[in-house]
Write a protein that binds this ligand. Structure first.
Ligand SMILES: Cc1cc2nc3c(=O)[nH]c(=O)nc-3n(C[C@H](O)[C@H](O)[C@H](O)COP(=O)(O)OP(=O)(O)OC[C@H]3O[C@@H](n4cnc5c(N)ncnc54)[C@H](O)[C@@H]3O)c2cc1C
Ligand code: SF4
Length: 331
């Protein structure tokens, strides 16, 4: 085992002090369900970790204008919150359908956003080329075993999917992430948090190493009640998405007046299907228009060797999610 230093500050100010004086490569530690995993695999090798679980960042606040989730709130606490379940079911479902109860009790909603890909070549294949783990070495998944890899947003350097569920639902609701760092506080739209791999797959998000997520804010919206997070996977629970869709909409009779669609499990980053949203808005909600939205969402999909079946799966996932959201919106 590679030894590392450990500090557990009690306040945000003390955490910022620790970040300011941290050695290069130091990592923030929350629930540890991603970070310790990757340290045991030898992929993350920080000289020190700053454990933020004692910071007062676990609040869940439901206001008239927005919902606010402290970065340290546990996935299970947010998933079970009565107002979140009733008024924003897609948010609750995206957490409920992730990982296992034990993991959700430990993992935080802040740490969840920065989880890393489950690409097997990245996690377990040190003998294989991987531009994300070993920049410049190549990508074993391109032309290799790519059944779980991205259909959207890939590059010639990397086709790994973003694996998380929560960020997909947050993207549909135009969430914003508040971060603090040595240079002050700033707010990052969820849509700008994650990046496509391009020619630098090791860079996955736009936060600096010394920036701490303190909260996630979701604007209150009438589309919340008519929302769902549908996740299709190889088994019923405890698995990552083969395809998922967060859909939120409002209806006037059976006509869609507002629509949000975000895709998970199929792209290199949380993926907003804007063209599909535009197609559905103003249309009557029917099986045909729901299917059409799915087809538009996947119009740019680029299959590899073994993942082409997930285009049709993704189209059906969107169509089913639109139907479920429509039923909820119509209640
Ligand atoms: C077996 C297994 C199955 C899983 N299945 C799913 C699934 O189906 N769907 C899904 O979405 N997830 C799944 N996960 C991932 C899990 O949800 C994440 O590991 C978890 O949410 C990460 O939260 P954490 O608090 O443990 O983060 P940590 O492991 O502590 O940290 C994760 C990353 O975030 C950074 N970080 C943490 N907190 C902050 C902060 N406040 N500010 C800045 N950076 C921070 C850390 O430095 C690290 O890079 C699974 C995990 C496992 C082990
Ligand atoms: S898809 Fe990305 S993470 Fe997977 S082997 Fe290729 S470069 Fe590495």
């Amino acid at each position: 085992m590679k030894t590392f230093a450990y500090v557990a500050p009690e306040s945000v100010e003390a955490a910022l002090d620790a970040l300011r004086s941290a050695r290069p490569g130091t990592k923030i530690l929350a629930g540890g369900t991603t970070l310790y995993d990757l340290m045991k695999l030898g992929i993350e090798t920080p000289p020190a970790v700053i454990d933020v679980h004692r910071l007062p960042l676990a609040s869940i606040e439901i206001g008239d204008d927005e919902l606010s989730f402290g970065a340290g709130a546990r996935m299970s606490d947010v998933a079970d919150h009565l107002v979140v379940r009733a008024d924003y079911p897609a948010l609750s479902e995206s957490l409920w359908r992730a990982a296992s109860q034990q993991l959700r009790n430990m993992a935080t909603v802040g740490g969840n956003l920065l989880q890393r890909t489950r690409c097997a070549y990245f996690r377990n294949g040190s003998e294989f080329p991987c531009n994300k783990r070993n920049p410049g070495s190549g990508c074993a998944a391109i032309g290799g075993h790519d059944r779980g890899h991205a259909l959207l947003g890939g590059s010639g350097a990397c086709i790994a999917t973003y694996p998380g569920d929560w960020a997909i639902a947050l993207l549909a609701f135009d969430a914003v992430v508040d971060v603090v760092g040595p240079r002050g506080e700033r707010s990052v739209p969820l849509a700008d948090l994650h990046v496509e791999p391009g020619d630098d797959p090791a860079r996955e998000h736009t936060l600096a190493a010394d920036e701490l997520i303190v909260r996630i804010r979701v604007p209150a919206s009438a589309v919340g009640r008519g929302s769902t997070y549908l996740k299709i996977r190889d088994r019923e629970s405890y698995a990552f998405a083969l395809a998922s869709a967060a859909v939120a909409l409002t209806l006037d009779a059976d006509v869609v007046t507002e629509c949000r669609i975000a895709l998970g499990g199929v792209a290199t980053r949380p993926w907003r299907a804007t063209a599909a949203e535009q197609e559905l808005t103003g249309q009557r909600l029917t099986p045909e228009t729901a299917r059409r939205a799915g087809e538009i969402a996947f119009a740019q999909a680029r299959p590899g060797n073994h993942n082409g079946f997930r285009i049709e799966l993704g189209i059906r996932t969107v169509a089913d999610a639109v139907r479920i959201a429509g039923e909820r919106a119509g209640r």
